[in-house]
Design a protein around this ligand. Structure first.
Ligand code: TXA
Ligand code: MG
Length: 314
């Protein structure tokens, strides 16, 4: 139930200090990362982490990503490997999450991992996220700051629309540059692509010198958050639409003009950065949504992954 005032903080020294203070007190603070806004909690404090699941309405079997300030900090919580080192050197700080075995004395609440013996961990590059981590000086568990199953937030206004009254504060630092969540790679066995995201499959494969496995479909628990229906607007979504039907609002891409265009120059990075904001805007219009075809290469694969989930039967 919405109950309290959700403070609005800004990306000033005071705002960052207040965010860190609230986190240390076991409260929830939404903050910007380069991918999407995260809903942060002290990853060592089970009571704080429990509030994340409650505020989002998130099933507790769906584990959270932990955010730390450096790969040295990451190594306090997980068993490091050569592949992890190579990927961290290439992509951290940035939109890549690594899933690694928890190490002894990791200190992470079992609620964060949903009881798994692995931890998803990343080092965000957003300067304000970095500043909060420096001030808080501990691991921050942070899922995307949206009600479970709904469109991810790329602005503070999106966060407030979804979670107002359910969390202690939102730190506003403008729109997120990448606009899609981090890519998740499992490193327990052969490197496995658990979620497409802000770092392309191709660039990861180049760094590790081998192709990524895809999770086997009969092992749904390897990526428990990859539920079929997700990122869902209220309205019905139709994909690969070159034209709109009567009554539909049309999201275009490139030459398929649409009512709104993700990128008239067919730039996938621009389309990724705009995707969730445009879905939020179209959702407010409360009409069925038709979406132009997006090329299934590079960042287009992550965009199409999110769109397929937005259109999935619920
Ligand atoms: O870009 C991002 O990753 C954003 C920002 C805030 O950092 N966070 C984010 O978190 O997207 P969330 O909770 O929306 O998605 C986390 C995903 C879920 O699909 C979850 O199942 C998966 O990470 N995950 C977490 N821990 C895992 C683990 N130990 N093994 C496999 N998947 C895991
Ligand atoms: Mg999410």
């Amino acid at each position: 139930m919405p109950n309290d005032i959700t403070l609005g903080l800004t990306a000033t020294q005071e705002g960052v200090a207040k965010a860190a203070e609230l986190l240390a007190a076991g409260l929830l603070v939404a903050f910007p990362t380069e991918t999407v806004y995260g809903l942060g909690a002290d990853a060592r404090n089970s009571q704080a982490v429990a509030k994340v699941f409650e505020a989002k309405g998130r099933p507790t079997f769906n584990p959270l990503i932990v955010h730390v300030s450096s790969s040295r900090q990451a190594q306090r919580h997980v068993v490091w490997s050569d592949t992890a080192q190579r990927l961290a050197e290439a992509f951290w700080p940035g939109p890549l999450t690594l899933v690694l075995p928890l190490c002894p004395d990791h200190g992470i609440s079992p609620l964060v991992t949903a009881g798994l013996d692995t931890l998803a961990i990343r080092v965000p590059s957003h300067p304000t996220a970095q500043a909060i981590m420096a001030a808080f000086d501990g691991p921050i568990a942070a899922p995307s700051a949206n009600p479970s199953g709904r469109i991810s937030p790329t602005t503070a206004a999106h966060v407030r629309a979804g979670l107002d009254g359910r969390i202690a504060a939102i730190l506003d630092d403008g729109p997120c540059a990448v606009g899609l969540e981090s890519t998740i790679v499992g490193l327990q066995n052969h490197p496995t692509l658990l979620r497409e995201g802000g770092v392309t499959r191709e660039s990861i494969e180049q760094v590790i010198g081998t192709s990524l496995d895809l999770p086997s479909t009969d092992a749904p628990l390897t990526a428990p958050g990859q539920l079929q229906s997700h990122y869902a607007p209220n309205a019905k979504v139709r994909l690969n639409a070159e034209t709109a039907l009567a009554g539909e609002i049309h999201l275009g891409f490139g030459p398929v003009e649409g009512d709104l265009n993700l990128s008239s120059t067919s730039d996938l990075a621009q389309a990724a950065a705009r995707l969730f904001d445009y879905l939020h805007q179209m959702d407010a219009a409360d009409q069925p949504i038709a979406i132009a075809p997006i090329p299934d290469v590079g960042l287009g694969r992550a965009i199409n992954d999110r769109l397929a989930r937005a259109a999935a039967p619920r």
